[in-house]
Design a binder for this molecule. Sequence first.
Ligand code: B12
Length: 321
Amino acid sequence: MSSGPEPSGALPAPGLTVAAVARRLGVAPATLRTWDRRYGMGPSQHAAGSHRRYSPDDVARLERVRRLMLAGVPLAEAARAVATSLPGGVDPVEDAGDVEAITGAAPMRPGGGGVVAIPGGTPNARGLARAALALDGRGCREIVAQTLDRRGVVWTWDHLLVPVMVGVGQKWAQSNKGIDVEHVLSEAIASEFSERVSRAPASSPASVLLCAAPNELHVLPLWALAAGLAERHVSVRMLGARLPVDALASAVRRVGPAGVLIWSQLPETGDPTIFDALPEVRPEPQILLAGPGWWPGDSGKARRVEDLTEAITALARAAGA
Ligand code: B12
């Protein structure tokens, strides 16, 4: 079996070797051979004097099987579903609209080791946790993208991403393990949201600024918010993690935003009085504080918002969308 380097991306004639397909799918070559033996999902092409090669259709079928497995569908069921789908046409499994509907995956076990507990999590949430545990960023992104396409930003955030992130965070807190998992998951979520934000047409009369408090590295809720605002065509300027107060003050002066939302995840970054230093500008932007880090009590001119929907509604209104 040839295992020499082969370019990824376009399929070179006469098809891909088992090693190349394994790399593409992120599984071991031995796994592909087992799938071939058990479920007949092997290469269909023959090259003269050489080993069998996977055609583009073979690879597409395997990619569908892999996606379903990441979404929590057992291998045998995924293989059966893909084998009965129309070649190159509508896939009855994915066209059913909801991968969750055909899964009966067992709940993930709580505790340490290679599992993340997601009480009440959907099969999709368990698939996302599984992909994150396997450090499979591409798989994570595919699940996030498919759910966003079907359900939109708010549902995806509340029902898929928050439960999985809470589970991953608890695993870290209990075992001090899994920062790598947290990073892969965070990168996948941020990239998917960020790509959608940059693709969306923004047509609101005014724009809004989003940032994290000084020294605050947690920014995923800001990306969810940016994507939710992009769905409403609000023009968003994302200033990202750990923004110093003077940088925020300067941005407010230059942009004249209709609204500003500042995220604090940790109590160490949640002193609201630092924003007393924000400049007076006219018209005055609406300042919103969000996240569990903000200290209780008076937050001066700023208003607190409690969830994603409330934040989207307040900022979209401020921006005139
Ligand atoms: C991803 C993640 C990271 C990533 C962040 C990557 C990124 N690009 O954002 C990285 C790896 C960088 C990271 C680093 C750290 N992290 Co961290 N992290 C997380 C994780 C898994 C998700 C964070 C998140 O996005 N939460 C958002 C949602 C999921 O949670 P929530 O805010 O509690 O949601 C509630 C409300 O805020 C509201 N809400 C939810 N979404 C939205 C959206 C909007 C717009 C609004 C208005 C409201 C709202 O509804 C929710 C339900 O009540 C959490 C686990 C968790 N439970 O949050 C840990 C967690 C926040 N991290 C934690 C810690 C301790 C750290 C570190 C200090 C670890 C370390 N030793 O290095 C560092 C600190 C970095 C810093 N200085 O900021 C702890 C915080 C404990 C605490 N309360 O003090 C947590 C809770 C993990 C844990 N279980 O212990 N982290």
